[in-house]
Write a protein that binds this ligand. Structure first.
Ligand code: TNX
Length: 522
């Protein structure tokens, strides 16, 4: 504490006299040492240094992101870093409205040199991604929340950067184990650092219903009251959920809510006897089996229920998509599955949303514009892959989540204490080294919307459990989604990945120290 005060005083003193701080040299992070790899990098050998007199220059439209950046930089640098419309050199400038159309809806340009750093974009999402790049160009200590010794150099040159895919997601299963709003916010910040733009929340399953639905209150009161292993569970009130959506939006992530149907529904079936074909509610379930539950496809009340749930959930969702699950419906006959999907998909459309389903949806008739989320393996049978490919040829978009590549709940090695291994062991190189564009034989590459890494939580209970499974695999998924195929190379990637470790340390993120990655010494 004492040390902190002294440093703050020192920093304030320097800024008062406007003198440059006396500091040791620190080589700036090379301009290209960023994850995901930027589309183009041109270093010019100069450098900028954030000093006590640096300003963050914004206008009305960029002030929010300026304040966000200041929130990251101020605690660790101890500098004032005023967010201001005043110009001049020695500034980090955030500018919206580039005429460069090639930057698209999420791209940015970062120019760094002696007189400052300028980030330019056509949208605030692009500007926000540019800020994440700037973060990674600064020393890792910038992520700490107490004052750290400088200097704070940024390598000079130009980065021009746009994403390869528009869908770069992660999924968190909050049903098998419940996670609080604060835990979800922390997860959101981890995704934002790597320029992901979708947060898929798996809000219901056999073990727990996690989102308040006013017209069916027992779903959460009873159906949300436990979880795997029998803990107390939990659920989000509508206010909680809106707060998650708001926080995600402030990090330029769209929340995609999922209600899994017609299988994976024991929590709902336990809450309302009426939803069961035999009218008898099963007990709550705290195990980890799958495929034993089904909504009653022949009862009208099922569709009243689905309509209410989708209506209320759509009203909470500013994003375009609503995920209706549809996986592992082993207790629903094929005929019933098709009947159910034929009735439910139009309900999603009626409430203004676009359907996403797990790829089993391609066994029914995906609605126009629907996306299918593929979660098969390299070894998945040719017939199943062909069914998905045919749907893709007919216009169904694909989100790729191959389980033996990017399921974040798979163990890294047989010794990984957490996770499952039904899809195999997934080391960090395996999750990185594949190409979304030619992954699914017969599917046109234009159908591929991007990638999404699911974290199922049968074995995941705490924030540090999440971190251990997410890091270091998630940055690789982010790179598959963002970086041009031409930059894809495990041997250079692993060096950039290793350079992230001090940043995770500074952020308090525990990670798996895979022997495949040349980590710096601890
Ligand atoms: C399969 S992936 C499931 C989930 C499990 C997961 C565990 C998918 C659509 N269904 O119900 O949690 O495996 O890895």
């Amino acid at each position: 504490m004492r040390r902190r005060t002294l440093l703050l005083v020192a920093a304030a003193g320097i800024s008062a006299v406007g003198a440059a701080p006396e500091a040791p040299t620190r080589t700036p992070t090379p301009l290209g040492r960023v994850v995901p790899a930027p589309a183009s990098v041109a270093p010019d050998g100069t450098a900028f240094r954030i000093t006590p007199t640096t300003r963050i220059q914004v206008d009305r439209n960029t002030e929010r992101i300026g304040l966000y950046l200041a929130g990251i930089l101020r605690p660790s640098t101890g500098y004032r870093l005023p967010v201001t419309s005043r110009g001049g050199s020695d500034a980090i400038r955030l500018r919206l409205g580039s005429r460069d159309k090639a930057l698209g809806g999420e791209g940015y340009r970062l120019d760094s040199g002696k007189h400052g750093v300028t980030i330019t974009a056509r949208t605030s999402a692009g500007l926000f991604h540019g800020v994440q790049t700037l973060r990674q160009l600064l020393p890792a200590a910038v992520e700490k929340r107490t004052v750290q010794p400088g200097p704070w150099p940024v390598a000079g040159g130009t980065i021009k950067d746009t994403p390869r895919y528009g869908w770069r997601g992660a999924m968190l299963d909050v049903s098998r184990h419940f996670f609080t709003v604060d835990q979800v916010k922390r997860f959101i910040d981890e995704l934002a650092l790597y320029k992901l733009n979708k947060l898929h929340l798996h809000l219901s399953d056999d073990q727990g219903w996690r989102i308040a639905i006013d017209s069916w209150p027992r779903l959460t009161e009873y159906g949300g009251s436990t979880q795997v292993g029998g803990g107390p569970g939990g659920f989000y009130t509508k206010a909680d959920y809106k707060e998650i959506v708001r926080y995600a939006a402030s990090r330029h992530l769209e929340v995609v809510p999922e209600i899994d149907m017609p299988g994976h529904t024991n929590a709902a079936l336990a809450s309302y006897a009426d939803l069961n074909c035999d009218g008898v509610a099963p007990p709550l379930y705290t195990g980890t089996e799958v495929g034993f539950s089904s909504l009653c496809v022949d009862k009208e009340v099922t569709y009243d229920f689905v309509d209410d749930v989708i209506r209320e959930l759509a009203a909470l969702t500013p994003g375009r998509y609503l995920h209706i699950g549809g996986d592992e419906a082993h207790s629903t006959s094929h005929e019933d599955y098709v009947k159910f999907m034929d009735r439910v998909q139009p309900v999603v459309a009626r409430y203004g949303k676009t359907v996403i389903g797990w790829h089993q949806l391609t066994g029914a008739t995906p609605a126009k514009g629907a996306l299918a989320q593929y979660w098969g393996l390299d070894e998945t049978g040719a017939e199943e892959k062909a069914q998905v490919a045919r749907a893709a040829q007919n216009g169904t978009g694909l989100i790729l989540s191959p389980a033996d590549r990017i399921y974040l709940d798979m163990k890294y090695t047989k010794d990984t204490p957490l996770g499952l291994d039904w899809a195999g062991l997934v080391e960090v190189d395996r999750s990185y080294d594949w190409d979304p564009a030619d992954y699914l034989p017969g599917a046109p590459s234009s159908a591929v919307q991007g990638v999404e890494a699911p974290l199922w939580t049968e074995t995941i209970v705490t924030t540090s459990d999440i971190d251990h499974m997410v890091f270091p695999r998630l940055p690789g998924v982010a790179e598959l989604g963002w970086s041009p195929a031409a930059t894809h190379d495990w041997d250079t990637y692993k060096v950039r990945l290793a350079a992230q470790a001090p940043r995770w340390d500074a952020l308090g993120i525990g990670y798996y120290r895979s022997p495949k990655v040349p980590w710096p010494a601890e």
